[in-house]
Design a protein around this ligand. Sequence first.
Ligand SMILES: Cc1ncc(COP(=O)(O)O)c(C=O)c1O
Length: 479
Amino acid sequence: MKIRLERSSGVPLYQQIEQIIKEKISQGEWPPGTKIPSQRKLADIFEVNRSTVTAALDELTAQGLLEGKRGGGTIVTNRTWSGLTEWPVLDWTGYVRSGIHRPNSLTIQEINRQEFKKDIIRLGTGELAPELLPYQQMKKILQDAEAGKLMLGYEEPKGNRYTREVLAAHLKEKGIHVSPDSILIVSGALQALQLISIGLLKRKAAVLTEKPSYLYSLHIFQSMEMRLYGLPLDERGLDPAVISACKKQHGADLLYTIPSFHNPTGFQMAEDRRKELIQVSKRLSLPIIEDDAYGDLWLDMPPPSPLKALDQDGNVLYVGTLSKTVSPGLRIGWVAGPEPVIDRLADIKMQTDYGSSSLSQWAAAKWISSGLYAENLKLIRNELKKRRDTALRCLEAYFGGLARWEKPRGGFYIWVTFLKPLAISALFEKALKKNILINPGTLYDKEAKQSIRLSYSYASRSDLENGIRIVAQLARELM
Ligand SMILES: Cc1ncc(COP(=O)(O)O)c(C=O)c1O
């Protein structure tokens, strides 16, 4: 965010900043207890020198509105310069701290902010580059729509019937046989996980997953007081043989897995392990969430069948999304599973948001049924393959002797592990100073202090080359 000051107004810039901050405080936008942005950030926002910001903050501190905290940071202390208000000041920060859902890690909050900075090289982002999003085709299908066919009202609890029929046909092509009644349309795969956590599990439930996992970067299950247990993972996916022992030790109420092109490692679960996992799930009565966000993004050859295609007993809840293959902004995903489960999740979804955007559901149905999904996927695979190969070539060139990694067969990510210890948070900070964003491995596994998740889906090939070269240089300096 940038705020433009009136440079020709004759009012000194520090006074203009003082006034803007005062307004934010007096109007309750920054209530007492709010930690205001750092001086560095404020200087960036107002496009002034640090000293100008310091002058403004000194004034506000002298007026009793701000206070520097020991250990860094400045907080709002009062709403008026006299500190006198008619009523005691409402303590919003206390509420913010008390909310049940845990906040994102500070690193993720920082990444979420920095991703929108101009000219930043995004080497960690789990998203297709803007030039890979199908703006023209999407515009055309919306333009060609007959007005009467567009969907603008509320939809059925499980989502628009026609869209679910289209999805059922789409899943059939993967060997997954489910009827539209067993499908719930959700606002992205993330919502499916959220609904499952609040709709199907008790507090303290034990959730097993790969270690590292995308799931550790969220606090969906932990916020509901659930316990996450990480299972060892290698290039052939998680080993189902360890599940039984884990269950004996900690219990096991659910297993969450990303078998195809795992986030963050890019690994693919081998066919024999998939079959074994289905057997283990049967034997232990262990429900599985299969997150297949990346399954269609194979780059060399298709992955083995989804777990859901092997599941004859309804043990698997299958989660899919258009976010990684078409557009994350559509916010369209789905979950397929036994009908009572889907009914339960649909009921909670109705209480949460009355259904996913009907316009997006319409666009999704049109996109898939018209054949554009399959056609566009070919282009995306082609482009991702080039980017993956560029990333691998740059890793060979700059990371040789520094780290190890495996060639991903699909998806967006390469898991890069340094051969010697280094302070991964310092690498993150140093890279950020050079305008490069990387995702530290610790976001996906607290112990992965020597790894980063490198993404080749967003940065252009020249940015990949520059970014990887600079990160390698910074890592060498830190070792
Ligand atoms: C494995 C996995 N599941 C789910 C999601 C969330 O996707 P959506 O945008 O569909 O909510 C992501 C996004 O990074 C992901 O990597």
